[in-house]
Design a protein around this ligand. Structure first.
Ligand SMILES: Cc1ncc(COP(=O)(O)O)c(C=O)c1O
Length: 416
C-alpha cells in the first residue's frame, strides 16, 4: 500500500459543492482583493483564536514581517527566535533591518528553550518570536515572563499551530501578536497563499491593516509607506468554509498521533514526539527522530511511504545566513534534531491501515539498520555506544533530495 505524505484532493472532496458555491459568490460579487469574504473570515478566525482583532494578509511571511514593522522593529534592533524553524521566520526579521539572534531549542519539544532565551536577551532585543513548531506551542509562561520583565514584544509564529492550546488559551492569543500561514498543506489551508495576524491590541491591528494596503486607511490617502499584502477574496471564502471544520481536522490528527504512538512506543532507536501536559498539540506534523535518517527516508520511499524532513538544515547554517558567522556547533540541540527528524504521513483523512503500514515499514527499516550496524562480533561495543548517544550515528546527508520539498504543493507534496 502506498501512503502519501498528505492528500489534499481527498481533504477537499467532501467540501467540493460548498466551495464551488463560494467561488461563484466571490465571482458574482467581484470581491477579488480583500472585501467582504476576507473581512468575515478575519472576524471568525480572530474569535476562534480568542483574540479581539484579526487582519488577513497575503502569506504567513507577510504576517510575521508586518507584525514586526507594526511594533516598530527596525535597524539596530535584535529579534530572538530559534534556528529550528522554516526560513520565513528569520527572513521576516531580516526584512525589517533588525538582526536575527538565535537561541537553541528544548530537546524534547523542539520549541524555544526559555533558559537559553534569558541568556540571549540584551538591551538591543526588541522582540521575541517563539515558534510553535509542528503544532505544539512553545512553553509560553517563562518566555512571556522574561519578555515582560525586559519590556520586549512577543510575536508568536503560529504558522504550524492553528487551534493548538497552551493551558486554556489558543495559539496566537498568548503573546502580543500571533501570526498564521494558510499555505495549502497547513492544518487550515487556503487554495493558494494566505496568512493572518491576530491580536488584542487595536492600535497594532490598525497599523497592520494599513501596512498591508500601501499604508492607506482611506483610499489614496497614504499615511506611511506600506506594501501590498492583501488576502484574495477567494482565499477568504475558502478559509471561512474550512475554519468550521478545523476542530474536527485537529481531532483526527490527534487520533492518528495516538495510533502511531500505540504502534511505535518502545521501538528501539526511535524517539516519538513529546506532548507537554499543559498544551494541546495539533500535529501539523508527526515528527519522530531516528538514527541514519536519510537512509531511512529513502527506504521508506522505496516501500511506498512518503515522509518529509522539517527541516534538514537549521537556519543559522543556511547559505543565506552565512554572513551571521555562525558555524556548526553553535546550537547543538537544533543541529542534532535537524540530522534526525523524520516527518511521518499526517493528514486528517489518513486511515488506520495506512498508519499501520507506515509503522510496520518504519519498524522494518529500523530493524534492518540495526542488523547492518550491529554485527554479532561488535554488538556489545555498538550497543554501549547507542546507549550513550542513541541518535548520533547519522549517515551521509542527502541534502539535494530534500531541498525540493518546499517548492510547490500538489496532493502528494511533503511541503507543508
Ligand atoms: C514556522 C513557519 N513560519 C512561517 C511560515 C511562512 O508562511 P508562508 O509560507 O505562508 O509565508 C511557515 C510556512 O511554511 C512556517 O511553517
Amino acid at each position: 500500500m502506498n501512503v502519501p505524505f498528505l492528500d489534499l484532493r481527498l481533504h477537499h472532496a467532501p467540501l467540493r459543492g460548498e466551495l464551488t458555491e463560494a467561488f461563484e459568490a466571490v465571482v458574482d460579487a467581484s470581491a477579488f482583493a480583500g472585501g467582504p469574504f476576507v473581512s468575515r473570515f478575519e472576524q471568525e478566525f480572530a474569535a476562534y483564536c480568542g483574540a479581539r482583532h484579526g487582519v488577513a494578509v497575503g502569506t504567513g511571511t507577510d504576517a510575521l514581517w508586518l507584525a514586526l514593522l507594526a511594533l516598530g522593529v527596525g535597524p539596530g534592533d535584535e529579534v530572538i527566535t530559534t534556528p529550528m524553524t522554516f526560513m520565513a521566520t528569520v527572513e521576516a526579521i531580516t526584512y525589517t533591518g533588525a538582526k536575527p539572534v538565535f537561541v537553541d531549542i528544548d530537546k524534547s519539544t523542539y520549541t524555544m528553550d526559555p533558559l537559553e532565551l534569558e541568556i540571549a536577551v540584551n538591551r538591543r532585543t526588541r522582540a521575541i518570536i517563539p515558534v510553535h513548531l509542528y503544532g505544539q506551542t512553545a512553553d509560553m509562561d517563562p518566555i512571556l515572563k522574561i519578555a515582560r520583565r525586559h519590556g520586549i514584544w512577543v510575536v508568536e509564529d503560529a504558522c504550524q499551530a492553528h487551534g493548538a492550546t497552551y493551558h486554556t488559551k489558543r495559539a496566537g492569543s498568548l503573546g502580543d501578536i500571533g501570526c498564521f500561514s494558510f499555505y495549502p498543506g497547513k492544518n487550515l489551508g487556503a487554495f493558494g497563499e494566505g496568512g493572518a495576524v491576530v491580536t488584542d491590541n487595536e492600535e497594532l491591528a490598525r497599523k497592520i491593516q494599513m501596512l498591508r494596503d500601501h499604508g492607506q486607511a482611506r483610499k489614496y490617502y497614504h499615511d506611511v509607506v506600506g506594501w501590498n499584502a492583501r488576502m484574495d477574496g477567494i482565499q477568504g471564502a475558502v478559509l471561512e468554509i474550512k475554519l468550521k471544520h478545523l476542530e474536527a481536522y485537529n481531532r483526527a490528527r490527534r487520533q492518528h498521533a495516538e495510533h502511531y504512538r500505540s504502534l511505535l512506543n518502545g521501538v528501539p532507536d526511535l524517539i516519538l514526539p513529546r506532548e507537554r501536559p499543559d498544551s494541546r498539540h495539533v500535529y501539523h506534523l508527526f515528527v519522530v527522530r531516528v538514527p541514519d535518517r536519510d537512509r531511512i527516508l529513502k527506504e521508506m520511499a522505496e516501500c511506498g511511504v512518503a515522509c518529509g524532513i522539517h527541516y534538514p538544515i537549521p537556519v543559522h547554517l543556511q547559505a543565506a545566513y552565512r554572513s551571521l558567522g555562525l558555524e556548526r556547533g553553535a546550537f547543538p540541540v537544533t543541529e542534532q534534531c535537524a540530522d534526525e527528524v523524520l516527518s511521518l504521513p499526517m493528514f486528517p483523512e489518513l486511515t488506520g491501515s495506512q498508519i499501520e503500514t507506515v509503522a510496520r515499514e518504519l519498524k522494518k527499516c529500523l530493524a534492518a539498520r540495526s542488523r547492518v550496524m550491529v554485527p554479532a562480533a561488535e554488538s556489545r561495543v555498538a550497543r554501549t555506544e547507542l546507549a550513550l548517544k542513541p541518535l548520533s550515528l547519522t549517515a551521509t546527508v542527502l541534502r539535494e533530495s530534500t531541498d525540493g520539498h518546499r517548492v510547490h504543493v500538489s496532493s502528494q507534496s511533503p511541503r507543508l
